[in-house]
Design a protein around this ligand. Sequence first.
Ligand code: ASN
Ligand code: ZN
Length: 332
Amino acid sequence: LFEWQAVHNGTGNTQYSGQVTLGTAPSYTLTDTNRGNHKTYNLNRGTSGTGTLFSGPDDIWGNGSPSNLETAGADAHYGAALTWDYYKNVHGRSGIRGDGVGAYSRVHYGNNYVNAFWQDSCFCMTYGDGASNSKPLTSIDVAAHEMTHGVTSNTAGLVYSGESGGLNEATSDIFAAAVEFHAANAQDVGDYLVGEKIDIRGNGTPLRYMDKPSKDGSSKDYWYSGIGNVDVHYSSGPANHWFYLLSEGSGAKTVNGVSYDSPTSDGLPVTGIGREKAALIWYKALTTKFNSRTDYAGARTGTLAVATELYGATSAEVKAVTDAWAGINVGS
Ligand code: ASN
Ligand code: ZN
């Protein structure tokens, strides 16, 4: 009739999000019994296998410092839980494949490794410890970005090169922002920045900006013919920018204490519809309209179809979707 599952919680003292509740298993491991038994492993600077499942005599994980090896485990486990909860509670999606089964995380990958990644082959994500092994790449937005690569693989399957590759990357950044906002964590407030906590550049600036992607020095603000030839982390820029414009509108704005100023390619204004509707439109397009070869023009068509289904052809939402695409030089 039903499957019995123990709900069990521990306490994480994270580096980026303060003290948090973690789904754990009794006597005691980082096994999220509340979320498909998602597990978190310690690679202890190795680069293969799963290392060891985090386990210990108490149900308190980390102390907020990166020198305590449990701390990155707590951050990664928390980020995975927030991402699970976002997809479940907002989109009705149970896990990355939608089948209720958890993935797993590996932390402390390599030495001074400044990246994180998702792999379809293991159905898992992996985090380096960052510069001087002191800034693990385990912030909420990075966790959500990597897990979303799994969602994309299991839905549209956007090929990771050319324009579809840029849309794949943008999908991870869009839901990274959406998860961070939805989490409402006081120490890592929602923003339209990617990687603002992990100091990947060593000067305190974020990795990426969604209001005006070119602020990072490499990303593109607007679509152009040939954008498919640049790195997918830069051809994502216009789609990230589209999401910002659709959510918040063009021009200057401050959200959760962060100031933005979003331009449009045509100089015309865009009126935002809020990030919840923008994320819903992207999620439905990703899961019901896009395919492995969807490009920018196809993303415009797919999101307009979704917005029309949800809100009607003459709605303010359809107009905003149209204007936001025009604002990044697609279909204008
Ligand atoms: N952190 C990078 C990403 O998820 C790894 C990669 O280049 N695939 O986009
Ligand atoms: Zn990515």
